[in-house]
Design a protein around this ligand. Structure first.
Ligand code: F6P
Length: 592
């Protein structure tokens, strides 16, 4: 993958921050559950590090805070005069899911004040991508533009927020480019976590622009406040390239601060100030600290979830409200990141689609993986549950706790492996009898009690905290299952161009073979052939990534072939004998 790197950063100089390996997690694949949690804590803490040199802006950088204020003021203008206006949040994968979560949350706020909703979300691949991995549409800039045009038809003023953690998704690049061409209506805002010069500079088929060239034009527009870039670095991900983790958390933090400041300015006459933004950021930093203060409890969950996955059973999140949405988001990324089956990590939400308000409505007809309601859990999951499956109840004091008790009892009849993650504020009455009942039914309870006087919306803090816990559970469990090699996604799906290049790079790194050879073997694994036909070699990446949707363990197979010189058939039988991918790979790397 090409990146326009004009100032060489410290290490892995050809890679942008979001794709670099994190030295803190180099040995995560060999770590115990408690060390995994410690490493994740250290990585998340990096988000708030200050003054990491002049090359990278950070969350607390002056420029970042100032731009956040400017964007908040634009939002305020729209909130005060919403006629013919829209605020659109858009992204791919977790970035699009967070666009949905944030848009829904702030629309809810507006409805409470009898205002019309003004936020719209776009996710590459449509609503099915909210709960399942759909990587291919990420590569399509025209699709991005079309979906934006469609929802903005007839509008006179649109604030468009494009989220791409890696400054890399062509889908978002297309939308930003469209905004730049129509500055009379559209003001684009880009959220991402690489310095501008590290934006992806790879040719996008059918386009005259790259993500990098769009960023450069945005920088020009930004001089006259016709575009805005908020792109602090938050340090490399714990699992290289897994932007659902810090990238997702930082997206949530930045946008919540901006939108909350705008709402406060509009509805509570609290002007947007530098100090206010800074204070709010500190509240999120404290939330990360508060969350990891319960590292022991998180470790228990990681250990138990790892145990379930290791014996081929499931991790099941049963959530309420927006915390359940975060659970669904967490579960949806396990397929592309770890090559997991959809049954491995599942999320369920009370009320199902009824309460979600997603634009395409109920998606249950698309297949069993789209059954996301508690009723779906009761019908399709509960009957086959046993002690090897872990079930996690995720809720807050404001949810209907009697419902939680009822469900906990039903689950407890099938498995004792029941745990709870629970948030309340110190202003709430002491734990109710019902809460005590739940704790008695559970093997472990993570009870977070937050100070009601802290700045920032408590629900937002609970959500971030839940996201960190669940990211730790699903990542940690897959690490323990052997799905990570060093700190790389060894079983990554190669279903779009970014993932394809990431896979090729990983093969080069681990095998030491030249790029053309790695790509050749990767294609053999994608198409499941021992020899590549002309038809295959003359095809483009779009076709390769399309074909990769139907195959599994592509990267592990290619790596075994590269390291041993064996055939694809032989590689398959090696992996069959040693299904723990990390061990299968480690054995061969040690031998070679
Ligand atoms: O390609 C899949 C993916 O990597 C998801 O895991 C991620 O959430 C999504 O792309 C979005 O990436 P970005 O925010 O960098 O555009």
């Amino acid at each position: 993958m090409l990146f326009c790197v004009s100032q060489a950063p410290d290490y892995e100089p050809t890679l942008p921050v979001s794709e670099k390996t994190n030295p803190l997690t180099r040995d995560i694949d060999q770590a115990s559950a408690s060390s995994i949690v410690k490493m994740l804590k250290a990585c998340d803490t990096q988000m708030f590090q200050e003054g990491a040199g002049r090359t990278y802006q950070r969350l607390f950088s002056d420029q970042v805070i100032t731009t956040m204020m400017e964007v908040a003021k634009r939002v305020e203008v729209i909130l005060k005069d919403p006629e013919d206006s829209l605020i659109v949040l858009s992204g791919c994968g977790t970035s699009g899911r967070l666009a949905f979560l944030l848009g829904s949350g702030f629309n809810k706020e507006l409805r409470k004040m009898n205002q019309n909703p003004i936020y719209f979300y776009i996710i590459a691949g449509g609503d099915r991508a909210l709960f399942s991995s759909q990587e291919a549409p990420e590569d399509d800039p025209h699709l991005g533009t079309l979906s934006l045009k469609k929802i903005c038809e007839g509008k006179k003023r649109v604030l468009f927020v494009g989220i791409s953690c890696g400054l890399s998704a062509p889908f978002v690049a297309g939308q930003l480019e469209f905004c730049l061409q129509h500055p009379d209506v559209y003001t684009p805002v880009l959220i991402g976590f690489n310095p501008a010069h590290q934006a992806r500079d790879e040719h996008i088929p059918g386009c005259s622009f790259t993500f990098c060239s769009v960023v450069q034009r945005m920088q020009e527009f930004a001089k006259s406040q016709k575009a805005f870039l908020i792109n602090p670095a938050v340090g490399p991900e714990a699992i290289s390239g897994s932007s659902r983790m810090k990238g997702g958390s930082a997206t949530k933090i930045l946008l919540e601060i901006v939108l909350s400041a705008a709402h406060a300015a509009t509805f509570s006459h609290t002007p947007v100030t530098y100090k206010g933004i800074l204070q709010h950021m500190r509240a999120y930093e404290a939330t990360v600290d508060m969350t990891y203060a319960q590292s022991e409890g998180i470790t228990t969950l990681v250990e138990a979830a790892g145990q379930s996955l290791r014996c081929g059973r499931s991790v099941c999140y049963l959530g309420w409200g927006s915390l359940a949405l975060l659970a669904l988001i967490d579960a949806s990324e396990c397929h592309p990141t770890f090559g997991a089956a959809y049954k491995d990590v599942r999320g369920f939400i009370n009320g199902g689609y009824r309460d979600l308000n997603n634009s395409e409505g109920a998606l249950t007809s698309l297949g069993p993986e789209f059954g996301i309601a508690h009723e779906d859990f009761l019908h399709s999951f509960l009957p086959s549950l046993n002690d090897q499956d872990i079930v996690l109840l995720i809720y807050t004091h404001s949810d209907d706790v009697s419902e939680v008790v009822k469900l906990a009892r039903r689950v407890r009849e099938k498995t004792s492996n029941l745990h709870a993650v629970y948030h309340q504020s110190d202003g709430d009455p002491a734990a109710s009898l019902q809460q005590e009942d739940i704790s008695k039914l559970c093997l472990s309870t993570l009870d977070f009690t937050w100070s009601s006087s802290a700045s920032g919306c408590l629900l937002h803090m609970w959500e971030l905290s839940t996201k960190l816990v669940l990211n730790a559970v699903s990542t940690g469990a897959h690490v323990l299952k052997g799905k990570i090699y060093r700190n790389h996604m060894i079983d990554v799906q190669v279903t779009n161009s970014k993932l394809y290049h990431r896979a090729t790079r990983l093969l080069q790194k681990l095998s030491g073979c030249p790029e053309p050879q790695c790509e050749e073997v990767l294609l053999k694994a994608v198409y499941q052939v021992e020899e590549l036909s002309m038809d295959i070699t003359s095809s483009d990446i779009t076709r390769h990534t399309h074909a990769a949707r139907n195959t599994t363990q592509v990267v592990p197979l290619a790596l075994v072939c590269l390291l041993t010189g064996c055939s694809l058939m032989e590689a398959k039988s090696h992996i069959k004998r040693q299904p723990i991918i990390r061990e299968a790979v480690a054995v061969i790397i040690d031998m070679s």
